[in-house]
Design a protein around this ligand. Structure first.
Ligand code: PEP
Ligand code: MN
Length: 266
């Protein structure tokens, strides 16, 4: 796409010509559930699957994730469908274990300023350089976020993807307020790629496509989307997860929008 015809506005666009989708269920619930999503993602020619093994739940009585069993399920499905796997690590004590099973490690919003965890993840990934998807906290500023990246990168892994997932504001119409302006701001202030998680700020599946379209148009390098074979039966975040059929339509629309910007969805 051509530049805006205003010479004083520089191109704060994007890092590359691909947009990476991190799709998959909120929680890994069973091998059947995960397999179904993996099969859909692979059929669409995408690269990554996400899934929660250790879940940061507000209520300790809510489903906490299958732990190592989920990591095994992810590894098997990744191998079977040729997909890379991404999961959250919540606890410094789990870093080596999680690292040994998956291709990418996620830091969740609730651990935004868990500096010992960030440092440990940096240490564990220093040799492998596996990507670390680092989510913004509910109340974190971009300056705090970029500063804290050094806890990871100082250990020797600069393969960090920042992930905006919505912040807390006075607004209650959406689950969180998606700060789409972080995309050009992060591109202006750092060299890290930025992912937009469209599911957690939406909180409701019918809002997800519009946020995803906005993510592509804003220049995001990556998009996270939760997908579940049967959202009403999901053990976490059912209302915001797309069915595989809905996801397929969304990816097809995203591909058309991405093409306008000369980019490919992978
Ligand atoms: C998730 O992606 O599974 C998750 C728990 O997200 P967040 O940390 O953004 O709430
Ligand atoms: Mn979720």
């Amino acid at each position: 796409m051509s530049q805006l015809p205003i010479p004083s506005i520089p191109d704060l666009g994007t890092k590359g010509d691909t947009i990476t989708i991190f799709a998959g269920p909120c929680s890994v619930e069973s091998s059947e559930q995960f397999d179904e999503v993996a099969s859909c993602i692979s059929d669409l020619g995408l690269t990554w699957i996400r899934g929660g093994a250790f879940k940061p739940r507000t209520n300790p009585h809510s489903f906490q994730g299958l732990g190592e069993e989920a990591l095994r399920i992810m590894k098997d499905a990744g191998a079977k469908y040729g997909l890379k796997t991404l999961t959250e690590v919540m606890d410094s004590a789990h870093c080596e274990l999680v690292h040994s099973y998956v291709d990418g490690l996620q830091v969740g919003a609730r651990n935004f300023q868990n500096f010992s965890l960030l440092k440990k993840i940096g240490e564990v990934t220093a040799d492998s350089h596996k990507p670390v998807l680092y989510k913004r906290g509910f109340a974190g500023t971009v300056a705090e976020w970029l500063a804290a990246c050094d806890y990871i990168t100082d250990q020797g892994n600069d393969n960090v993807i920042l992930c905006e997932r919505g912040i807390r504001t006075f607004e209650t119409a959406t689950r969180f307020t998606l700060d789409i302006a972080t995309v050009p701001v992060v591109h202006k202030q750092s060299l890290f790629p930025i992912c937009i998680d469209v599911s957690h700020p939406a909180g409701q599946r019918d809002l997800v496509p519009a946020l995803a379209y906005a993510a592509v148009a804003s220049g995001a390098d990556s998009i996270m989307i939760e997908v579940h074979p049967n959202p009403p039966a999901a053990l976490s975040d059912g209302p915001q997860q797309l069915t595989p059929a809905q996801f397929e339509i969304l990816v097809s629309n995203l591909r058309e929008i991405a093409a306008v910007f000369g980019k490919k969805i992978v």
